[in-house]
Design a protein around this ligand. Structure first.
Ligand code: SF4
Length: 466
């Protein structure tokens, strides 16, 4: 299926799309369901059970906080990230929460949020159930959700979170089909994506136009830009206990120091700074764009900011072309592989973001469709096998630096692709298939569990099986 650009780029909060954004959305969906299908007055208790990777790295990813915010009816795109700490303290200290925004029920952070460290639901590693009980503690309703990566949530029994009757005018399931559609119509990948996106917008709102889509993409870029600007200004230490110092501000000051002394600065220094700023904001629970996940949220903004600073300043059409093309590539990974680190490791986060960014930059720089496909392929080919092993389950080490590496690699992938004529040996479809197979073969301890690789060899794990 072809996904909307706004499925691949969503405004959310840090630190994780699958462990923070998804669980918050699941709990918010459950609270909406309760408003519509149950009598709120009958509800005296609410609980959340977390399984698999949500349990194993949930505390490091603020899954517990996200669930509580969702139970209170808050949504990732609109919650004020600055208010989360206050709301958390209110629930922890007060021992109650306003379920669905208005119905107060007693709530024990320890007893009503249950981490099942040694259980995995069969359908997906990121499973959770939400239940409500009456005053005799009889269960009134229970639903199971899966956070399947990139902030997408599927309820048990649903086949796809995005299932809809909408049929795009130019559907594609593979890169080969995408290129064939472009060949037939004479469109670029970006133009094809815009045509599909406008049709999708008109499916729900017949008055939607190209401007509607432009405004949506401009907003995405604005949130990315603001995230970079905020990240550059913050100092101090990231939350979570690893005592990781924020570096973006110091990097920015160093670049300015060089400029003040008339010394040259390297574009790589800027790209590293942009990615670092976004992912430090993400690690601190700030407002970010999930692109296509939170752990990898810095790659695309960093490459876009590079384009804006060094290639074509103040070019909104170029930015839109970049984002539309990136979304087409992200859709291919979402359809044919996975963007969930719990399923395929970090290949599905940094690897996919790198591939999307390389394609977007190639398109914005005027590359042909074949060169764009080549850039996307190179972007993934050199991320194959990348494991997910966040220390203490926090999206900090290696995640923050890994975004800088993904962004720099994406720019080089674009350079390599634009230096050729689009002809190459390995197709994007082949590399997506390889990434998926590699991910399925990867031992589960290397897939977002905080129990393998760096996570165990640098600092002893603090996850207890109980
Ligand atoms: S290692 Fe990669 S996939 Fe894992 S949490 Fe960090 S950024 Fe996400």
């Amino acid at each position: 299926m072809s996904h909307s650009m706004f499925d691949l780029f969503k405004v959310g909060v840090g630190p994780s799309s699958s462990h923070t954004v998804g669980p918050m959305l699941a709990c918010a969906r459950f609270s909406q369901f309760a408003i519509q299908a149950l009598s709120l007055d009958a509800i005296h208790r609410v609980s959340v059970d977390l399984y698999g990777s949500l349990a194993l790295t949930g505390k490091g990813h603020a899954t517990d906080v996200a669930c509580v915010m969702g139970l209170m009816g808050e949504m990732p795109a609109t919650i004020e990230s600055d208010d989360i700490e206050t709301m958390t303290k209110m629930v922890k200290n007060g021992g109650e929460l306003p379920f669905a925004g208005s119905h107060y029920v007693p709530f024990s952070w320890d007893a009503d949020l249950v981490f099942h460290y040694d259980q995995v639901l069969p359908a997906h590693p990121n499973g959770m159930t939400v239940s409500v009980y009456d005053k005799k503690d009889k269960c009134l309703a229970r639903k199971t959700y899966f956070s399947v990566g990139g902030g997408f949530v599927v309820e048990e029994g649903e086949t796809d979170a995005l299932a809809s009757d909408f049929a795009p005018p130019y559907p594609f399931k593979s890169a080969a089909e995408l290129l064939e559609q472009c060949d037939k119509t004479g469109m670029t990948i970006s133009e094809l994506m815009f045509t599909n996106e406008i049709a999708q917008a008109q499916y729900t709102d017949p008055s939607a136009t190209r401007d509607t889509v432009n405004q949506g993409l401009d907003h995405i870029w604005q949130v990315m830009r603001e995230c970079i600007d905020r990240g550059i200004q913050q100092g101090g230490v990231l939350p979570g206990g690893l005592n990781i110092k924020r570096r973006a501000k110091g990097m920015y000051d160093a670049i300015h120091d060089k400029q003040a002394h008339g010394l040259p600065t390297d574009s790589n220094d800027w790209v590293n700074l942009f990615a670092m700023a976004v992912n430090e904001e993400n690690a601190a629970g700030g407002r970010v764009v999930t692109a296509p996940t939170n752990g990898a949220a810095g790659v695309i903004p960093a490459v876009l900011a590079y384009y804006d600073k060094f290639v074509s300043p103040n070019n909104p059409e170029g930015i839109r072309t970049f984002l539309a093309t990136s979304a087409a590539i992200g859709s291919l990974y979402k359809t044919n592989a996975s963007i969930s680190a719990a399923e395929v490791g970090c290949q599905g986060e940094i690897g996919v973001a790198c591939s999307m960014a390389a394609a977007g930059l190639a398109a914005a720089m005027g590359g042909t469709n074949a060169q764009i496909e080549n850039a996307a392929e190179i972007g993934m080919e050199h991320n194959l096998g990348l494991t997910c092993d966040p220390i203490n389950g926090l999206v900090q080490v290696p995640c923050i630096e890994r975004n800088t590496m993904g962004a720099v690699k994406a720019i080089n992938a674009t350079r390599l692709a634009l230096g050729g004529d689009g002809e190459h040996h390995v197709s994007l479809d082949s590399v997506i298939k390889t990434m998926h197979e590699t991910g399925l073969d990867m031992m589960s301890k290397y897939k977002e569990t905080s129990q393998g690789g760096l996570a165990t060899n640098v600092i002893p794990i603090n996850v207890v099986a109980c």
